[in-house]
Design a protein around this ligand. Sequence first.
Ligand SMILES: *Cc1c(COP(=O)(O)O)cnc(C)c1O
Length: 653
Amino acid sequence: MFTTSRLLILKFGSSVLRSETDLPQVVQEIYHVWRGGNKVLVVVSAFGNTTDTLLQRAYNLCKEPEPIALANLLATGETTASILLGLALNKAGIATKTLDATQAGLVTTENPLDSELISANTEYIQKELENFVVVIPGFIGKDSRGNTTLLGRGGSDFTAIFLSQQLKGHCILVKDVDGLYTSDPALVESQALRFSKVKWETACEIGGKVVQSKAVQFAASQGLSFTIKSINSNEGTEVGLGPDQFFPLKPLTLSKENKHIKIPTCCVHINLENTSYNDLYNPSVPPIYQTATFRQTSATKFGAYDYSRTANPTRTLLEEQLAQLEGGSYASAFSSGMAALTALTRLVKPGEEIIASNDLYGGTVRLLNQLLTHYAIGIHYVDTSNIAEIAKALNPKTKLIIVETPTNPFLRICDIRAIAQLAKNAGVLLAVDNSMLSPCFQQPLRLGADIVVHSATKFLGGHGDLIAGAVITSNAELNRKIAFQQNAEGSGLSPFESWLLMRGIKTLALRAEKQNISARKVAEYLNNHPLVKKVYYPGLSTHSGYDIHRQQATGDGAVISFTSNNKDFSERIVQQTKLFSTAVSFGSVYSTISLPYNMSHLSIPLELKNQLAPPSDLVRISVGIEDVEDLMEDLDEAIRLALEEDATPLLAL
Ligand SMILES: *Cc1c(COP(=O)(O)O)cnc(C)c1O
């Protein structure tokens, strides 16, 4: 359903690609990652000690070989390995393109063996990655005169990490062992030092005249993390580099086959295996652990759970499911959408600033303006459907950008990918409130957002019978902070509501699909109605953000807004509907109709009303799962009755 995929840059050095006989194993490794739905760029070194052998042969012929001749000679080793790997991948049915140094555009400074990578042909590589697995020899570059030159020992590590920075992909160094060693085998074997156990500076020194140290330093300077894993292992260690530290971040798990579980399946099947959840009787539907405390086995040893404010097995299951649905790694469930948003905004400290959509849920505006401002947190409201406005509002104090897309009630579209890029470059967090579409139609984390927030009261719960919220992320550190808030402020979702929400989620895909189809029909009906002035619905091709929306979402949701140019007429329509109940909220199985100005957005503070409140003639409806013909008849009848009371709108036609 979702086409966004990760770019993974796999680097195979001579420790795993010793000779041609290692090719099948390497092909298999690449196959798994490729089948997992990722774009794959492969960086290879020469087989085994080919480079050393070639070097020796050159020195046998003359004491001081000319650098260009030497570079040309050594490059044959890399070229051979990359071409053979390319052939093997194509043979295995993986469409592959092998680029040479010129095509890859790896241009270096003038001094071979002591060079620094300064550029790459990123646009070209990116284009090829759309259709191919791309293989690049990692040791060879060109100098500014176009001569072949060498990047130095560990040059392929450098190339891979450099390209991960340029192409915004994640680099995985595939080794024969699970850990990063310097590329000088003699030194490593004698000292038996694991890179990950020592400070990177020290490790760089041990590396001697190799550029692997530069690769590591480069990553550190760019704040990049990369993963080290051994061949044939699903798991690796992601490492991050601080100014004085080299530390493991989190385990990486590569799915062997395409394990991208589709949303409807994920809604129904709760993954019981990967959780700390463990039930004696194996119930098909997990029970509600309606308990405040958990007895511990001793006074000093704590079990998985001790107190339900901190964690409860029923809530844990829900949180794992929410993370899976959004394509994230972690989730925290809250007692409401507002509690989730509160925990999110706690990431922002006094003196820092938030940039928020100027078309946000009214309760969010109330939180930002009437609570956060007490803590000296600055709030800027901008039209987040306009990337230039966000860029203009960014400043060194900005910590967080909060957007909804589609927004509510105007259904404006924000370009999540573009905002994520802007935020990343500025070192700012991007949170997307995904309540309007649910993960069925849009998964912001896969588009680059750092955090997803939900009012689970809406689509996720879907039955209008519970209040709940969630924060989802793939960032372990952010998750730690959010979970800390959840416990410290006691805002976690109760076991019963967690269970009820899981029950609601089971039919999420069915409901969302049906509501999406019906909403489109209703939107078209309204769009053709002579008394309706303007319809806001992202599924209409005339909608302002239509193209961007189509690139980031697979559905349009159930919410439609429209204006009539006449506040009283709008009010009468809302009062006259029978199937559409007059109620706030949306995303439920039953259809609702409301006047946001008087209802959901009433909480917008007076001083911001002009800037942020919707017009008073704007009607918002949420389409439920009732028969769509009945729904359209209900609206038609309501408009007719509203007109009967006062025919003024007809005169304005
Ligand atoms: C309803 C809503 C909220 C608030 O959620 P509650 O569960 O009502 O606290 C936040 N954001 C959006 C977009 C909403 O629609």
